[in-house]
Design a binder for this molecule. Structure first.
Ligand code: CMC
Length: 431
């Protein structure tokens, strides 16, 4: 369908009433029906559970073509960014709209570095979480509590980027790393200003016990993995961030809520779930054909984790890069990870199976990332925290864009009520 050949409005007939609704076109040719006038003019609403057909906003940050497997940020292909940039460069692009030149990049790095610390009160706060808390619950709640330390976004420091966004980017890896260490009875490590973003995170977790050569190899891989997670338009957690912001809640409330949404195994929590699934298969010697059969069985809640996507109807382009990163990492670290073989065999069986072919179910970004994290010695329960670190600039960019949007209103979907009709109240003694 081409917008050029389309009339610029659609006519909807309800009963005897005709309503003309405008069609809207995006930069890459996607077309939407602007349904703003629908209820006002006809009393009818659109019903779209799971929002599969609902454009909740217009956005200039990320474009996805799920049929072709294309993703670009601010016009730049993800692959080009992953091959040529570091994570903070991509974060800057997402939030400010342009890639930084050398001077801006230096300034940007300086700002991040200035904020790469946890003050004594934050360290102390982290020490009080029960040791068994999942790292995602700690991350979400510490991020929410940052409001008590820093107030709210709104103080712009650099090309449209606010100070609290800088703080969140700088401090999230340290919150994750310190939580990892204190659970193991180890103390806080101060960041090294000479290290890059991913390297500092690994250093803050593993200290100098991780030899420099391995840390460098791992940080190179991690920078790429963070980049492929950096933004993914209106996914569940990003929509949550926008939804929370729409009530004018503060930035930490919005990002804390986004972290909560990401935690679920159908979204970011899938990277942990994939490794659990692959380890179960390996440990119990499960037959892969049987695993696929179970995933297809509608009476069995089991799904093939790391497969399928709302938008992609082909191989997730992020998964292609993640697989390359895994292959390269394992060779450079000299690690023999048997789960790679299991994952590849499982992928082959699924991709040849009629059920998966018919439904266009392909590996998504979470299918291979967990293997990379596992090879780095990062515990499974931290995998989704790494997704959060990667997604942070995307959440912040979407929040900045949303706050500046003149058409912004509180996000408040409607519903079609299906409960009992209005009825007479019955006093308790008569029920
Ligand atoms: N295993 C088996 N069947 C599946 C799977 C799967 N992983 N994913 C989808 N299906 C089936 C589903 O049962 C349905 O079948 P039918 O048409 O017969 O009812 C059909 O495929 C369409 O699935 P859906 O659940 O309607 O699709 P959705 O767009 O609502 O859900 C999804 C997308 C990602 C939640 C889903 O594919 C899934 O649960 N995948 C496994 C979890 C996962 O890997 N999540 C990570 C997503 S990528 C990271 C991110 O950005 O969030």
């Amino acid at each position: 369908m081409s917008f050029e050949t389309l009339p610029k409005k659609a006519t909807l007939q309800i009963d005897n009433q005709n309503l003309e609704l405008p069609l809207v076109e995006g930069t890459e040719g996607e077309v939407a029906l602007d349904a703003l006038a629908l209820r006002k003019e006809t009393g009818v609403i659109s019903l779209d559970p799971g929002y599969g057909n609902t454009g909740s906003c217009t956005s200039g940050i990320t474009f996805l073509d799920g049929e072709k497997g294309v993703i670009h940020h601010r016009g730049y292909l993800l692959r080009d960014l992953a091959e040529n940039c570091d994570f903070l460069e991509v974060a800057y692009l997402l939030m400010s709209g342009e890639l930084p030149n050398e001077a801006r990049y230096a300034q940007w790095l300086g700002m991040i570095k200035e904020n790469t610390f946890l003050g004594p009160m934050l360290q102390e706060l982290l020490n009080h979480y029960p040791v068994r808390s999942h790292p995602m619950s700690v991350l979400a709640s510490v991020v929410l509590s940052l409001n008590g330390f820093y107030g709210d976004l709104g103080h712009e420091v650099f090309n449209g980027i606010e100070l609290d966004a800088v703080r969140l980017l700088a401090k999230t890896p340290l919150i994750a790393a310190h939580n990892f260490r204190r659970k193991r009875g180890m103390g806080y490590i101060y960041a090294d200003p000479d290290m890059g973003y991913a390297e500092n995170f690994l250093y803050s977790m593993f200290s100098k016990r991780l030899p420099e050569e391995r840390r460098k190899i791992m940080s190179e891989a991690l920078e790429k993995l963070l980049i492929i997670h950096a933004d993914h338009e209106q996914n569940c957690s990003t929509s949550t961030v926008r939804m929370i912001s729409s009530s004018n809640a503060n930035v930490f409330a919005a990002i804390g809520g986004g972290i909560g949404a990401l935690w679920g195994p159908l979204h970011g929590g899938a990277n942990e779930a994939v490794i659990n699934m692959l380890e179960d298969i390996a440990m119990q010697g499960q037959d892969l054909q049987e695993v696929v059969r179970r995933a297809k069985d509608k009476s069995d809640p089991f799904r093939l984790m790391g497969f399928g996507h709302r938008v992609y109807k082909t191989y997730d382009p992020r998964a292609v890069i993640a697989k390359e990163v895994v292959d390269d990492l394992l060779v450079k670290l000299g690690v023999d990870e048997p789960l790679v073989q299991t994952a590849m065999e499982l992928e082959k069986i699924a991709l040849e199976d009629e059920y998966f072919v018919k439904r266009n179910l392909y590996p998504n970004v979470d299918f291979y990332t967990g293997i990379a994290y596992k090879a780095m010695g990062i515990p499974k329960e931290m995998f989704t925290v790494l997704f959060s670190m990667g997604r942070m600039p995307g959440w912040l960019a979407q929040l900045i864009e949303f706050r500046a949007d003149d058409s912004r209103r509180i996000c408040r979907p409607r519903q079609i009520y299906t409960g009992p009709e209005q009825r007479d109240f019955v006093p308790m003694s008569e029920r």
